[in-house]
Design a protein. Structure first.
Length: 168
């Protein structure tokens, strides 16, 4: 209610917190963008959750904890959605969400990635889409763009950047 005691400071505090998170995310994205230009996407040491799912030659590039994924697919005459939560792993070939469910999205199926507030929207082939909510959507957008660019520029048999895993 306008004019209510304490209403403005609470709303301003929330706005300040949202702005601070977005600024920190943008800073992390800028640093990653510069790092990827110098040396390409990193190769991280996989943890026990993603290791059994990695295919030969596939490398882990990023991990984002506590992500929410909402998958939307066109169904004639009906709108359906499948949501899941867990840790999001970006590899050189796909996005893998590991939680109660394990969901995968091949990078080659991603047509576009769009930031919308604190969410990253992925437009997939055939009219499908995914909405990701996580702590650093701008950073993930930069990581995703770097991996997709490296995949496009890689020669047959070339896996891009140094395959030596880095600890994160």
């Amino acid at each position: 209610m306008p004019g209510a005691p304490g209403a403005a400071p609470g709303a301003l505090a929330d706005a300040d917190e949202i702005h601070a998170r977005a600024a920190a995310d943008e800073s992390a994205a800028d640093e990653a963008r510069a790092r990827f230009r110098r040396s390409g996407p990193p190769s991280l040491l996989p943890d026990e959750r993603i290791t059994p799912l990695l295919e030969p030659g596939e490398r882990l590039v990023a991990i984002h904890r506590a992500a929410l994924l909402d998958r939307r697919e066109p169904v004639p005459g009906e709108r359906s959605a499948t949501g899941a939560a867990g840790d999001l792993y970006l590899t050189t070939r796909r996005i893998v969400l590991i939680g109660r469910l394990t969901l995968e999205v091949a990078l080659e199926t991603i047509e576009d990635a769009v930031l919308s507030g604190d969410r990253l929207l992925l437009v997939l082939r055939e009219g499908r889409g995914i909405r990701l909510q996580l702590g650093e959507p701008r950073l993930l957008c930069v990581e995703l763009a770097a991996v997709r660019a490296a995949a496009r520029s890689a020669q047959p048999g070339d896996r891009g950047a140094d395959p030596t895993p880095l600890a994160r």
